[in-house]
Write a protein that binds this ligand. Structure first.
Ligand SMILES: Nc1ncnc2c1ncn2[C@@H]1O[C@H](COP(=O)(O)OP(=O)(O)O)[C@@H](O)[C@H]1O
Ligand SMILES: [Mg+2]
Length: 272
């Protein structure tokens, strides 16, 4: 789209939905072997919000997130980001994969794993990339681990490295696919608090895919519920929980308990 003036462009950008999924449908395979994973998802992500997407295993959560990121194409429907069609990964959207162990380079030190996100940007030197990376490692509480290798760190620490690397890329949107599902329960609570803190300080838009209702309610402003496969959006709920959230107090609020009940009931409901 072309605009005559910078103001017109800015106005159009402000009016355009931020990250928009319209009529998303995704089938894998063909003929008798066709699997329809997603059947008509409409979802708008608002700028600056923390949105969680929940749904039963195999309903198409990862597929939908990959489509939103431009990493996979829908069979039908469209995705737009800041008013532009998404057909390949756009600048500004960063994707945090589920398997942190597989997304770090074992032959690179922790600081160089983070530097990977920025070392190819224009005007960047190796020293500058390392210096920046150390700043992000500090933010995730790993200031002292930069010289280690990923395999020398615990699972939770490795996931912190991937978070630091994602943030170093200065995302406007951070898409997270079950990033906390493979760490122990206590580490998970610590990572929740860390991600919320970083989200509040860095002001990016967060989309979290999870099958964990508690996690979704605790972190998000809104929770979108996907049905079983072939999935569509069953409902989108405003959590209306106060911030800052607290791992103990927030989880004891009547509203938290009510939301958890309602959402679990949705996920447990039998099809048909
Ligand atoms: N590359 C693929 N080829 C064939 N089927 C796939 C592929 N990726 C996902 N699927 C199928 O699509 C459905 C949704 O998968 P996925 O998005 O991974 O679900 P979720 O993340 O909600 O567990 C599943 O039935 C899965 O087997
Ligand atoms: Mg998945």
């Amino acid at each position: 789209m072309q605009f005559d003036t910078a103001e017109e462009g800015a106005l159009a950008a402000a009016a355009a939905p931020y990250l928009r999924m319209q009529g998303i449908r995704k089938a894998f395979g063909s003929g008798e072997n066709e699997t329809l994973a997603i059947d008509g998802v409409d979802l708008d992500v608002r700028q600056g919000e923390f949105l969680a997407v929940i749904g039963p295993s195999g309903c198409g959560k990862s597929t939908l997130l990959q489509i939103a990121a431009g990493l996979a194409l829908p069979t039908a429907g469209r995705v737009s980001f800041e008013g532009n069609d998404v057909s390949q990964p756009p600048r500004g959207i960063v994707y945090l994969f589920q398997q942190y162990g597989k997304s770090l380079f074992p032959w690179r030190t922790v600081v160089d794993n983070v530097a990977f996100a920025i070392e190819h940007t224009e005007g960047m030197t190796r020293d500058k990339a390392r210096e920046e990376s150390r700043r992000y490692l500090d933010m995730v509480g790993l200031a002292d681990s930069g010289g280690k290798y990923p395999w020398q760190l615990s699972g939770g620490m490795q996931q912190r490295v991937t978070i630091a690397r994602a943030l170093a890329a200065q995302p406007r949107v951070l898409l997270m696919d079950e990033p906390f599902s493979s760490v122990d329960a206590l580490t998970r609570l610590e990572l929740h608090a860390l991600v919320l803190d970083l989200w509040q300080k860095q002001r990016f838009t967060a989309v979290l895919v999870t099958h964990d209702v508690d996690e979704a309610v605790f972190l998000a402003d809104r929770v979108a519920v996907l049905t079983r496969r072939p999935s569509h959006i069953a409902e989108v709920v405003d959590t209306e929980l106060p911030r800052p959230r607290d791992n103990l107090a927030t989880r004891e609020l009547p509203r938290f308990i009510e939301l958890r009940h309602h959402l679990l009931e949705q996920l447990l409901r039998r099809p048909g």
